[in-house]
Ligand binder design. Structure first.
Ligand code: MN
Length: 202
């Protein structure tokens, strides 16, 4: 079954001024749409056609560049849209807040480490917060459209939060000021969704 570009649950301009409408529209309707089309082309008439995206990524042959780039691109952006909201920002609560405090010391320590991983990823890529099988959390960054579900990539575990640091994610509004974009991203994080993913992943 072919993968479909997911709709956003908010309008393209809903995340302004943190992420501008034009960037959101191009990012979703062009970039993510392209990854989705190319993923479908890469799995047509292969055994991957009957797999979920998670199964495809976990069993990925890293030498299969079309599947690596476009399967990763499809999954990463689907997660990215879901963990942002116009009602986002603030701090998490409940079990996720406890896990963040236990792993990083405090929310501010987590925020600093996540921002650093995002800012220091050289070139295109993503930074992630992942839940491990013992419930602990890890931060890592990956290049291009790789992600932690792929074998031997990043910090392992299940990604519950990710920030796209490709220039296409911020350049129209922030130009080379990636750190400003990263700080603005914290204003739109949908912690309810991240908490839900944490509970599922533990
Ligand atoms: Mn992107």
């Amino acid at each position: 079954m072919a993968f479909e570009l997911p709709d956003l649950s908010y309008a393209y301009d809903a995340l302004e001024p943190n992420i501008d409408a034009r960037t959101m529209e191009i990012h979703h309707s062009k970039h993510h749409n392209g990854y989705t089309t190319n993923l479908n082309n890469a799995i047509t008439d292969t055994p991957h056609a009957s797999q979920t995206i998670e199964e495809i990524l976990k069993g990925l042959d890293l030498n299969n560049k079309a599947l690596r780039n476009n399967g990763g691109g499809f999954y990463n952006h689907r997660l990215f849209w879901a963990i942002m909201s116009p009602d986002g920002g603030g701090t998490p609560s409940g079990d996720l807040a406890s896990a963040i405090n236990n792993t990083f010391g405090s929310f501010d320590d987590f925020k600093n480490e996540f921002a650093k991983a995002s800012a220091t990823q050289f070139g295109s890529g993503w930074a992630w917060l992942c839940v491990q099988s013992d419930g602990s959390l890890k931060i890592c960054a990956t290049a291009n459209q790789d992600n932690p579900l792929m074998p031997g990539i990043g910090c392992g575990g299940i990604p519950i939060l990710g920030i796209d640091v490709w220039e296409h994610a911020y350049y129209l509004n922030y130009q080379n000021r990636r750190p400003d974009y990263i700080q603005a991203f914290f204003n739109v994080i949908n912690w309810d969704k991240v908490s839900e993913l944490y509970k599922k992943g533990v």
